[in-house]
Write a protein that binds this ligand. Sequence first.
Ligand code: SF4
Length: 365
Amino acid sequence: VNLGMLATTVRPRHRTRQIMVGHVPVGGDAPVSVQSMTTTPTADIDATLQQIAELTAAGCQIVRVAVPSQDDADALPTIAAKSPIPVVADIHFQPRYVFAAIDAGCAAIRVNPGNIKKFDDKVKQIAAAATAAKVPIRIGVNAGSLDPRLLAKHGHATPEALVESALWECSLFEEHGFRDLKISVKHHDPLVMIAAYRLLAQRCDYPLHLGVTEAGPPPQGTVKSAVAFGVLLSEGIGDTIRVSLSAPPVEEVKIGAQILASLGLRPRKLEIVSCPSCGRAQVDVYTLAAKVEAAFDGFPHPLRVAVMGCVVNGPGEAREADLGVSCGNGKGQIFVKGEVIKTVPEHQIVETLVDEALRIARATH
Ligand code: SF4
């Protein structure tokens, strides 16, 4: 094997059409975007805008709000106008809310075809209204709410059933000349979800919104999403992602951004590389790593900072870090690019690392 030839980047992106969700391009050569969904009642405008502000600060690029009632629909004009990021209205049961959301200035609409009764009659009007307002639509198929006809045909929510449902719904819009669509086919099982998106990527060029639905609380939900998105994104499949967690949505955004950074699809931010600790450790690595992480929270330069539990293997194991510490005998050896530059008492490790990081950042930026 020629090690030099082994790929260390993800495969070229599957070619998709590009749509605009407000000012955020999705698909084509646009960077993979991170989105999330608010958990506040949408009708509570202040709480919803507050949560959108928190999500935006965490790096969320598109936000979805649920619209289960008229009160929620009534809140959309204010939320859409004041949100700093594009707002997607999530509509399950009532086609009339689709029109309300378009009128309200929402950047996109998500519909779940299996859930909207008699939706088919309304497609022509929705396509016309969405075209006039330049609002794209996400066809969001979920295993849990699959069209009963397809459930009967396939027996359960197989990848084929999810894809058939999505493409059938797309075809209804296509009949009216509407192709400003993106698709999701979510399932709680990463393997089914991966198979469904691979199939979808073979069969259409619509941008794909990745999601593992009902992934659960962290760490289970985090792992499921990271595994599924990692497989698909490394194959070039996926244009926007939403990590679903039974946890505050800010966590979803942070994890989504980390998944993209791990795959080199988003510039890395500061990264803490800490050793897992072992019998050789001469410091409480977990506590020290947490202190270092807190001290570097928000640090704007993409440095890699290593926290290593022993002086024997530490610097060598962390050779690719920009700087770091390896600990022993109540002291910390501070190293830069694998070379020890000074030794400080344990209580000065964190501040010394920050000082050195600032020095490196000033010298290189
Ligand atoms: Fe163990 Fe030292 Fe490696 Fe940490 S750096 S895992 S303490 S050998």
